[in-house]
Every structure is written in C-alpha cells, then in structure tokens.
Design a binder for this molecule. Structure first.
Ligand SMILES: Nc1ncnc2c1ncn2[C@@H]1O[C@H](COP(=O)(O)OP(=O)(O)OP(=O)(O)O)[C@@H](O)[C@H]1O
Ligand SMILES: [Mg+2]
Length: 271
C-alpha cells in the first residue's frame, strides 16, 4: 500500500512537467498540504461524473479546469513581416596563386598557362523566395546547389555583424528581415551551440532560467526521458545530439530558426 502511494505521488510530480498523464485521461484535482498535486483517473462513468462535478463547483478547480500541465514556453513574438529575398545573387570569389603550391604542381599549372587567377563562381543567381511569418520552408537540391549559401545570406541579414565575413554577404541585393527578428541558427561545422560537460538539462536551464520550460523544450525535441535530462552531450548518439542542439536553439526563443542539414543524422521516422 505504501509503495503504491509512492508511485502515485511520483506520477503526480511528473505530471507537472509532462502532459502525458492528462492526455491519458487523468484529471488534476487539488494539491496536498505539502504541495503535491493529486491526480485521479475515473474507472467508471459514475466516478467521471463526480470528478467533473467537483471541477465545475470548486472555486480553485474552476480556475485550473482539471489541468495541471501548462506550457510555460509561451509564444514567441511573431515576425512583423515577410523575409524578402528578391533578385538575390551570390558569387564566391577566390584567388588562386600558384606561388604557394609545391613546385611540381606549380609547373603543371604553369604549363596550362595558369599563374594567378581570380575565380568567380555564381552560386545563387536572381533568387526570389518570399517567406511569410509562421511558414516552414524546406530547401532541397543537389550537393553543391547552393542551399547552405542561401541560408548564410539569411543568417547574415539577421546577424549583421557576420557580414564582415564575405561568405555571409550577398553579391547583389540583400535579404531583408523584419525589425523584430530574433534568429537562432545552426550551420553544421560552422556555427553550432557549444556543449560542455554539463548535463543536457543544465545546458537548457542555463539558457531559459526555468526548470519547467527546460523540460518542456527537451520534450518538444523528443528527449522526453530523465535518462536524457541527466545525460551529457558526449553521451548521446549522433541523432540525439542533433536534437539536443535543436533544444539549445529553441531555448533562445527565436522567431526565426535557420537549420542546415536538419534531418541528415536522423532516421526517416524521427526526421
Ligand atoms: N567559401 C566558399 N568559397 C568558394 N566557393 C564556395 C564556398 N562555399 C561554397 N562554395 C561553392 O558554392 C557552391 C554551393 O555550395 P553550398 O555549400 O551552398 O552547397 P549545398 O547546396 O549546401 O551543398 P551540400 O548539399 O553538399 O551541402 C559549391 O559549388 C561550393 O563549392
Ligand atoms: Mg550544404
């Protein structure tokens, strides 16, 4: 009996952080004197009627309506307008100077008349893509088609300081993002959230400053298990690491999320 009571209380505490129990049909009734939530599951129609009548009549219960779990992540400030990509062009310019090459290879290139050469490569030419607030846009294309380059242009528009680096600067026209843009981005191997030896839960908590929101974010990305909460980044599988990175981005409460190679490491179902 004692053991069963313990199990019920543990479930009740977990219910604060995960809507699973309510989805399964539990009702939140009240808190015990020591502040533990009490959940009930009706086994008969009669029990269900009584629970519902209590929830309708009790002044405190009227406020929570039988729901314990409340999303605390909240809504982000929606983008005020479109992201405008019009006539966007990107040319990568690189200089090949054979002087820096080993002599034998230099001789080969010199034999072909190449000494010092500026190579210009069109990657994006007159690209037009309007992106509306609330939209999810996926860019697909062959390797080398310019997907990462396009994302760099968007990231550069939202983080102007990055434009000091030519990679993030268009060659013609600009990407225009709304004034209230709050971007979080992930370009693998280029810009990624950094994890140390802290647990994943601590990492997210450090960013949001609220334990319930931290758990909520981990649930959102499918790391909804205490085993993951207390895991360290290096203890996760490659796909789980991707999800931890996504959680880290969400913890910044962005209204614009730019992710390259989004599902590359995930099996198709998880993706
Ligand atoms: N910093 C750079 N300097 C010069 N050329 C570059 C640079 N970055 C990319 N490129 C070239 O621009 C083209 C587009 O590259 P990009 O990385 O955007 O392709 P991608 O569509 O993301 O490809 P993948 O699917 O392989 O990631 C490629 O041909 C690449 O060689
Ligand atoms: Mg790429």
């Amino acid at each position: 009996m004692k053991k069963r009571k313990h199990i019920v209380e543990t479930i009740a505490m977990m219910a604060k952080y995960n809507p699973f129990f309510e989805k399964a049909g539990f009702y939140y009734m009240w808190d015990t004197g020591s502040g533990r939530p009490v959940l009930m599951y009706p086994l008969t129609d009669e029990a269900k009627k009584r629970i519902e009548s209590f929830l309708a009549k009790d002044p405190v219960a009227q406020k929570h309506g039988g729901k314990l779990y409340m999303s605390r992540y909240g809504r982000v400030n929606k983008l005020q307008g479109n992201i405008v990509i019009e006539g966007l062009t990107k040319i990568y310019t690189s200089v090949l100077d054979v002087k820096q090459m080993p002599t034998k290879l230099r001789e080969v290139l010199l034999a072909f008349g190449v000494e010092k050469r500026v190579i210009e490569k069109y990657v994006l030419r007159d690209v037009n893509i309007p992106i509306k607030p609330g939209e999810v846009v996926a860019v697909v294309g062959a390797s080398g088609a310019g997907k990462t380059t396009l994302l760099r242009m968007i990231v550069g528009a939202a983080k102007r300081e990055l434009q000091a680096d030519a990679r993030y600067r268009p060659s013609n026209r600009e990407v225009v993002v709304p004034q209230n843009t709050r971007i979080a981005y992930l370009l693998p191997g280029e810009c990624e959230p950094t994890f140390g030896s802290e647990t994943i839960l601590e990492h997210i908590y450090a960013k949001v400053g609220d334990e319930a929101i931290a758990v909520e974010i981990l649930n959102m990305v499918g790391l909804s298990d205490a085993v993951f909460y207390r895991a360290r980044f290096h203890e996760l599988s490659t796909g789980q690491r991707e999800r931890a990175k996504l959680a880290s981005l969400l913890a910044e409460k962005p209204n614009l999320l730019v992710i390259d190679e989004f599902t590359a490491h995930l099996d198709s179902l998880t993706a």
